[in-house]
Design a protein around this ligand. Sequence first.
Ligand code: ZN
Length: 145
Amino acid sequence: MLQSSINLQYLDMNRIEHIGIAVNDLKIAGNTYQKLLNSLIYKVEEVPSEGVITAFLQSGPNKIELLEATSADSPIAKFIAKKGEGIHHIAFEVDDIIAEMERLKREGFVLLNDAPKRGADNKLVCFVHPKSACGVLVELCQEVK
Ligand code: ZN
């Protein structure tokens, strides 16, 4: 049900930018997803601050991000220990991440970081707590120009 407080003219949450999948082994998962999507990994990138190594594949206009933990205290390692491999987050592209973070805070969402941080694939990112979004970890991402 739509609430009257939702501003339907607000277009900042543009589209799903990618879906993040937590995997045990990036090589094995990479091969599986290359076969599944009939598409090659076009970028592998380590994000030391998050303790992950990521691989990106494209499926038409859509992107899949595979994430393997590089340390035992990485959020991905914790996720896999708890839930096993699987969909880890959904990322939405935004034009102005600061404005969008402010809007979500005003709406009562719990953000996992106070300021945008550098993510993979040349993005500024911020995460919304899954408890705020019906069990789904939501990532906001803004392309760094
Ligand atoms: Zn992501």
